[in-house]
Design a protein. Structure first.
Ligand code: ATP
Ligand code: MG
Length: 436
């Protein structure tokens, strides 16, 4: 039992003013996805545990140790379902695509955003509830759509003013190519078994490719001297990789080929990529993705190629802050000063009309102590950042008017406006730039 109620460790409240940064990013993403004709999908947070075991792979960190999975209460037949909070959303999207036969009419471009859950050690940029934005293109086989997805991510960095990310690329080839590489990789690591750490030894026979992904600097030499997957790729895989690089070159997208880039999840093939930064320590991967041509059939769907990426919202926002990039803070256009309760009915009526005209208004409302003094209301108006105060004084109201006072231009200019024609002066209160 806890005496003080707190949020669960590693799960954060996102509150104002921080939440404004999230809304700002989400609005840009929504707009950008529209420009690239990606359509939004919303899948459940809870899925059958089996979905992630099949979709992500049994010998992955996520499924082995990070998933919030539990047995639900049993139904009337004594059957209980095994459910899990989604640790990522590609599996969920693919399930939905198969379940609803979405590729029947042709390929699809989809995107999502929402919370994901992994029981990891919480630290900056690594949480137990974190949030991703993801884009998936399903049913397209060529490197062109891989490039489109990378260009989409690059466009997002540009829009939000993020500069300190670099793109790393690799090709994982096809399963048969990986199999012959795998044999040589195991031989190499067995020869140098003394240089492997715990994780390395454990992965040696379950998932040796993942050893390349180690963050342990002591293993750098043994990893650097390991056989490179690229040398095992056949002509088709290489052509796909070259195709992707050519499009990126033409479009001025800089990248480096990182032969050790393998990604944490089992289902990737051909192109894999990450946008990384050095400014977030070990949490330097901001966005990661790749091709997963075998996943749809592996999950029981009609075989179809696919590719996608997911970015971590917390990391993107942390990096933006690290870079000192300006994120606009929302302020109301108008703060309504209401000296007496008697003025409230008319005040609310006027404010409704202003909002209908697109003017954002913060109203001074009564607290448990009632309405505060005129002076203190004006202080609040100033602190709100609004450009104008609307003053609903009794005398003006009696004349059918309200006072509009300028708060930001230093003039303190006041003008009386008619209550019966709000729409005629509403536009004079709107800030020139959109309020986001
Ligand atoms: P890492 O190597 O940092 O653990 P990952 O390979 O597990 O990342 P993915 O599963 O590819 O990450 O998820 C895509 C993105 O989601 C990551 O690049 C990162 O930005 C973000 N992400 C993943 N796990 C977390 C987490 N626990 N907290 C915050 N963001 C995360
Ligand atoms: Mg991870």
């Amino acid at each position: 039992m806890v005496d003080k109620l707190t949020a669960v460790k590693g799960m954060n409240d996102i509150l104002p003013p921080e939440s404004a940064r999230w809304e700002w990013l989400e609005a840009i993403v929504r707009d950008l996805m529209g420009l690239y004709a990606y359509r939004n999908v919303r899948t459940p947070i809870l899925e059958h545990t089996a979905l992630f075991v099949r979709g992500i792979g049994e010998v992955t960190d996520i499924v082995e140790k990070e998933m919030y999975a539990f047995e639900d209460r049993s139904d009337k037949h004594g059957q209980a379902e095994h459910l899990a909070m989604r640790p990522e959303n590609t599996a969920g999207v693919v399930r939905a695509v198969i379940e609803h036969n979405m590729l029947y009419e042709g390929p699809k471009r989809l995107w999502y955003t929402g919370p994901m859950f992994r029981r990891e050690k919480p630290q900056r940029g690594r949480y137990r509830q974190f949030h991703q934005i993801g884009a998936e293109a399903l049913g397209f086989a060529g490197p062109d759509v891989d490039a489109e997805l990378i260009l989409l991510a690059a466009a997002l960095w540009k829009r939000i003013g993020l500069t300190d990310v670099r793109l790393e690329l690799n090709s994982l080839g096809q399963p048969a190519e990986r199999a012959s590489h795998r044999a040589q990789l195991i031989a190499h690591f067995e020869q140098h078994a003394d240089k492997l750490d715990e994780d390395g030894k454990r992965r040696l026979h379950s998932n040796p490719l993942r050893i390349l992904d180690t963050k342990n600097p002591a293993m750098k030499a043994v990893v650097d001297s390991a056989p490179r997957l690229i040398d095992f790729l056949g002509a088709d895989s290489l052509a796909h990789f070259d195709g992707l690089k050519a499009i990126l070159d033409t479009n001025g997208v800089a990248y480096t080929v990182n032969h050790r880039l393998v990604r944490g999840l089992d289902y990737y093939n051909l192109s894999v990529f990450e946008f990384v930064t050095d400014r977030l320590g070990a949490q330097g991967t901001v966005c990661a993705g790749g091709r997963y041509d075998d996943l749809i059939s592996q999950m029981g769907g009609k075989p179809a190629p696919a590719v996608g990426w997911a970015l971590g919202i917390e990391r993107v926002l942390a990096l933006l802050e690290e870079e000192g990039a300006a994120v606009p803070a929302p302020v109301p256009d108008v703060y309504a000063v209401v000296p007496a309760a008697a003025a409230m009915p008319v005040a609310l009526q006027v404010l409704q009309q202003l909002r209908a005209c697109g003017v954002s208004v913060q109203m001074h409302a009564a607290t448990a102590e009632g309405l505060s003094s005129f002076k203190s209301q004006f202080k609040k108006a100033d602190a709100s950042g609004a450009a104008f105060a609307l003053v609903f004084g009794a005398d003006e109201l009696a004349r059918g008017e309200v006072i509009v006072k300028s708060l930001r231009d230093g003039s303190g200019a006041q003008v009386a406006r008619p209550l019966h024609a709000v729409a005629t002066w509403a536009t004079t209160l709107q800030s020139p730039a959109p309020n986001q």
